[in-house]
Design a protein around this ligand. Structure first.
Ligand code: SME
Length: 158
């Protein structure tokens, strides 16, 4: 219970820091990278944090700024994996146990769970934030609300 409250306070503090990072004068990519680092360093169950964006007119996602173990999956076709499914569904995808998913692309053996939240610009699904966790079933509605906030803030600078 105490941990739960601590995490909610952390999300509130981090919202302000995310807005502050995104309002700086740096390049878009360096700001997105700073947001990834902020989240990974401060939220214990976030072990890989990255953005994927629609790759031009192609029905595929391209990896953007990220922090965590390097991944081979810099291009993901729509419909493939958790990320590719979110590109088509336009909905959050919370995966408590990645091993229970058929349509899942493994990036690292240590990953137990994942959350992907779509990023909308002018109503269009143009990308997503992807979090991998080494903890089983750690994501709650608070993670979803927080990551939706992050994506709304990011959309403003794109
Ligand atoms: N697991 C994702 C692939 C991206 S990695 O997590 C960085 C998926 O199934 O789409």
């Amino acid at each position: 219970m105490i941990l739960y409250y601590k995490l909610n306070i952390m999300f509130t503090i981090l919202q302000k820091e995310v807005s502050s990072i995104l309002s700086s004068e740096n390049s878009i990519d360096s700001k997105l990278l700073a947001v990834c680092s902020l989240l990974k360093e401060n939220i214990p169950h976030y072990n890989w944090v990255g953005f994927y964006f629609k790759n031009g007119d192609k029905r595929e996602l391209k990896l953007g700024p990220y922090v965590g173990t390097p991944t081979d999956h810099d291009i993901i076709p729509f419909g493939k994996g958790i990320c590719g499914q979110v590109a088509e569904s336009n909905e959050n995808f919370v995966v408590p146990d990645v091993q229970a998913q058929d349509n899942y692309i493994a990036c690292s053996i240590s990953v137990k769970s994942e959350i992907v939240v779509p990023l909308f610009k002018d109503g269009e699904n143009i990308g997503q934030i992807d979090i991998d966790s080494d903890t089983p079933d750690p994501f709650t509605a608070e993670d979803e609300r927080f990551l939706e906030f992050v994506n709304r803030e990011v959309a403003k600078i794109l």
